[in-house]
Design a protein around this ligand. Structure first.
Ligand code: NAP
Length: 297
């Protein structure tokens, strides 16, 4: 089976490599083509446009940024829809709007050459993508999920068909609420511990084994304490996701005070030119509020 990847950024590139390792024929493209070129060393072909990727693939994976980006690579000039063919399946693994996702599924079904779609956003960070341990939350038809299962198994470990088109994205937004608030919890716990003058490495170690643990405590706290804020998942992307959550929450008259708080604290990072830091850089905001640094030197 041939699989095309559109978007070879932090997540897309290692996912394409894992698909290749699992034995799929892989062809990739990226808006900045130079970023896709190194994939040739892993036996991955590189195409110039999403259209060409679609023409040469049974399954096309999009791993770009937001809803307008998915729309552009699917339906824009030289997009996937222009290269679609009978039986082609387009799987969007970016995190985008559930509502727009449903709309894209309808447009794909009405395309000149109709194609099938799934939404299959992921969680597990850059490390999860590299180690093929992603959680994959899927929306769409069961037959398409079954067809794509060998690909999902090459990319992740926890694979759940949540419901119809858009359900995968809705689940991912729920996940992002937990991610943001876990980051906030870890940041406040570490700053408090620093204020108490106790050994922060020991604090991290013991909390990570107890009821205060989380993925953030296990994976982000070591980076926070080392002052390593390079992105696995950028603040700018975290903010994109929280905006999607708040848009849908507003429409439903839903009160999510934790999300609003986290979003505003992340705004402080963006205002300081730190939007391209990793989302665990939230620690810096909490440190600045109380003028206390939580670092292991
Ligand atoms: P990234 O490193 O910024 O990669 C995004 C890729 O999309 C880049 O290759 C970019 O091309 C391409 N792109 C963006 N807009 C485009 C457009 N309009 N047309 C064509 N290509 C476009 O981001 P990432 O961290 O891999 O994240 C990708 C998606 O996965 C996002 O939706 C994110 O929310 C989600 N996600 C990320 C993580 C994580 O930990 N990083 C985890 C789970 C889910 P250029 O190279 O030209 O910029």
């Amino acid at each position: 089976m041939s699989v095309g990847f559109i978007g070879t950024g932090i997540m897309g590139a290692p996912m394409a490599r894992n698909a290749r390792k699992a034995g799929f024929d892989v062809i990739a493209t990226n808006r900045t083509l130079a970023r896709a070129e190194p994939l040739r060393q892993d036996g991955i072909q590189v195409a110039k446009t999403p259209r060409e990727v679609a023409q040469r693939s049974d399954i096309v994976v999009t791993m770009v940024v937001d809803s307008p980006d998915v729309e552009a690579v699917l339906f824009g000039p030289d997009g996937v829809a222009a290269g679609a063919h009978d039986g082609m399946l387009a799987i969007d693994m970016s995190t985008i709007s559930p509502k727009r996702t449903k709309e894209f599924a309808e447009r794909a079904a009405k395309n000149r050459a109709p194609f099938r779609t799934l939404d299959a956003p992921v969680s597990g960070g850059e490390i999860g993508a590299i180690e093929a341990r992603l959680s994959i939350m899927i929306g769409g038809d069961a037959a398409d999920v079954e067809r794509a299962m060998p690909l999902f198994q090459a990319l992740g470990k926890t694979i759940v068909h949540v419901g119809d088109h858009g359900a995968g994205q809705a689940c991912k937004l729920a996940n992002q609420i937990a991610v943001a608030l876990n980051n906030l919890g870890v940041s406040e716990a570490l700053v408090f511990a620093a204020s108490q003058g106790i050994d922060l490495e020991k604090v991290r170690q013991v909390i990570a084994g107890g009821a205060g643990s989380s993925w953030a405590m296990q994976n982000y706290a070591p980076k926070m304490l080392a002052g390593d804020f390079r992105p696995g998942f950028m603040v700018d992307l975290q903010q994109k996701d929280l905006r999607l959550v708040m848009g849908d929450a507003d429409e439903a008259r839903l009160s999510l005070p934790g999300v609003a708080l986290a979003h505003h604290l992340y705004n402080a990072l963006q205002a300081n030119g730190e939007g391209r830091d990793g989302n665990h850089a939230l620690l810096k905001v909490i440190e600045r509020l109380s003028h206390i640094e939580a670092r292991v030197k």
